[in-house]
Write a protein that binds this ligand. Structure first.
Ligand code: PEP
Length: 250
C-alpha cells in the first residue's frame, strides 16, 4: 500500500511538539501499517522527528525541495539532502509555495525531476482558486497544471498527486465528495493517457479534511487518501482519521 495519509505541518513544530504528537498518535492509532502514513515537518526537525518515531516505519518527508542539486542558492535544501536524512517523499508545488513564493509549473517540473533522481516520491499538489472554481474552470486549470508540471518530467518512477482546491485549504470548506471523486477520476485519466511512463500511485485529496468529514471522503472510489494540514497538528485527531481510512480501505 502506498502513502495514503500525509500530514503537512507547515511552519509549526518544535522538539517538544514532536514528542507530544507522537505520544498522542501512538495512543490512538489502532492499525499496524505505518508505512502508508507520512509526516512532513519543517525540514529542520526531520532528524529529530525520525528519532522520536524510532522503530515505527512512518514515512517522513519534506514540504519542499529546491529545483537544483547544488549551487549558490542560500537558504535552499536539495532533494539529495532530504534523501540523506532518510526521507521517503517530498511535497512539491503546494499552493502556498505557488502563491507566496511564486513557484511556477516550470520550477515545479524541475523539482519533480530532482525528487525522482533522488528516489523521493513527489507529492505534486494541484488545485484551482475560488475564482477559477466559480467560473467553472476547475478541470481546465487542473489539466494545465498537470501538463505543464509534468512536461519534462515525463518519466517518473513514482508520483502521488494531491488535489487541493486553494479555496478549501484551511477554510473549513470542501467541495462535495462526489465532485472530488470526479476530479480525481479526470486526474487519473489525464496522467495515464498523456504520461504513460509515469507510475501514478494514487490521488489524495487535501483541503479542510478533519475527523468529521473523513469517512464521507474516503468512501469515494477515486479518493485514495488525504493530505492534511490543520487537523494533522493534533496527533490524536490525525490517528483517528488514519483509523477511519484503514477501516474503509478493507
Ligand atoms: C494543506 O495545506 O495541504 C492542507 C490540506 O491544509 P488544511 O488541511 O489545513 O486545509
Amino acid at each position: 500500500m502506498s502513502l495514503s495519509l500525509i500530514a503537512n505541518w507547515k511552519l509549526n513544530g518544535s522538539k517538544e511538539f514532536n514528542h507530544h504528537w507522537a505520544l498522542e498518535f501512538f495512543r490512538n492509532f489502532n492499525g499496524n501499517n505505518y508505512s502508508s502514513i507520512g509526516i512532513a515537518p519543517a525540514s529542520l526537525y526531520i532528524d529529530h522527528l525520525k528519532a522520536v518515531l524510532a522503530d515505527h516505519d512512518i514515512m517522513v518527508g519534506s514540504q519542499n525541495i529546491d529545483m537544483e542539486q547544488t549551487g549558490a542558492r542560500t537558504g535552499e535544501i536539495s532533494a539529495s539532502m532530504i534523501k540523506d536524512l532518510g526521507c521517503a517523499f517530498s511535497i512539491v508545488g503546494h499552493s502556498e509555495r505557488r502563491i507566496l513564493f511564486h513557484e511556477t509549473n516550470h520550477m515545479i517540473c524541475q523539482k519533480l525531476i530532482q525528487a525522482n533522481n533522488n528516489s523521493l516520491i513527489p507529492i505534486l499538489c494541484i488545485g484551482e482558486s475560488a475564482d477559477e472554481n466559480q467560473r467553472n474552470n476547475t478541470y481546465k486549470v487542473l489539466e494545465e497544471q498537470i501538463i505543464e508540471a509534468l512536461g519534462n518530467a515525463n518519466e517518473l518512477s513514482s508520483l502521488i498527486i494531491a488535489y487541493e482546491p486553494v479555496w478549501a485549504i484551511g477554510s473549513g470548506k470542501t467541495p462535495n465528495p462526489e465532485e472530488i471523486n470526479s476530479v480525481h477520476e479526470m486526474i487519473k485519466d489525464v496522467v495515464q493517457s498523456r504520461f504513460p511512463k509515469i507510475d501514478l500511485e494514487s490521488v489524495l485529496y487535501g483541503g479542510s479534511v478533519n475527523l468529521k468529514n473523513a469517512s464521507y471522503l474516503f468512501e469515494q472510489k477515486n479518493i485514495d487518501g488525504a493530505l492534511i494540514g490543520g487537523a494533522s497538528l493534533d496527533g490524536r485527531e490525525f490517528a483517528l482519521i488514519a483509523n477511519v481510512l484503514k477501516e474503509q480501505s478493507v
